[in-house]
Design a protein around this ligand. Structure first.
Ligand code: SF4
Length: 218
């Protein structure tokens, strides 16, 4: 029987640890991630889209992967989903400039559709390959609360058995440093909702979830 191919991983692209706890600072990580070839997606987008936000942020929000506009800008959540996120954070009383925002997968996975680049959901191997970057961001920022948005981010952080449809909005312990996690909807899922009434309903749920964590990060 042929040997099973090893899973791809970003691990060999991590820079050397900078302290005894094995942490690296965000600028070092961002620079190293720019050269990551930890999975085949390095060929897919314009470049690595690393997280942004203050190193001392109390809230870290995690999406699935960069979209078309994020890929071109090299920044997460700057397109329509990012604008919706900004609005929801403001309504929940959370200052976006104090939030660290990132994605579970840091390259844009897409397929051509005419002249457009259509989002393709990353696979479990790509999520696992990219997980070292997310773990390092968590170690560097040490947020008080982590909010995965959508199933990909929630499962990257909480395991494949986690169901956003059933468990979103629950504030739970996260890690062993006293942090908490609460999964919610992904703003892109709200934008894809065609029924206006249903879209408003889901948006209200999204804001209500964010209000739940606002007192923890204020
Ligand atoms: S998606 Fe993640 S693991 Fe894959 S090449 Fe990009 S940064 Fe590296």
């Amino acid at each position: 029987m042929p040997a099973r191919a090893a899973y791809p991983t970003a691990e060999p692209f991590l820079p050397p640890p900078e302290d005894e706890a094995g942490r690296r600072d965000l600028d070092t990580l961002r620079a190293a991630a720019a050269g990551c070839r930890g999975c085949p997606l390095y060929e897919s987008g314009t470049g690595t889209v690393f997280g942004v936000g203050p190193a001392e942020a109390r809230l870290m929000m995690v999406g699935e992967q960069p979209g078309d506009q994020e890929d071109l800008a090299g920044l997460p959540f700057v397109g329509p989903a990012g604008q919706l996120l900004d609005r929801a954070l403001a309504e929940a009383g959370i200052d976006r400039s104090r939030v660290y925002v990132t994605n579970a997968v840091k390259h844009f996975k897409w397929e051509p559709r005419g002249k457009r680049r259509l989002h393709r959901k990353p696979g479990i191997r790509e999520v696992r390959a990219c997980a070292p970057w997310l773990r390092q961001e968590l170690a560097a920022v040490r947020p008080r609360v982590v909010v995965p948005m959508g199933a990909t981010a929630a499962q990257a952080l909480l395991g494949p058995q986690f169901r956003v449809t059933e468990q979103r909005g629950e504030v739970m312990p996260f890690g062993d440093g006293g942090a908490e996690v609460m999964a919610t909807l992904h703003p892109s899922a709200l934008l894809r909702e065609r029924d206006p009434a249903r879209r408003e309903e889901r948006y209200a749920t999204f804001v209500a979830d964010l209000r739940r964590v606002a007192p923890l990060v204020g």
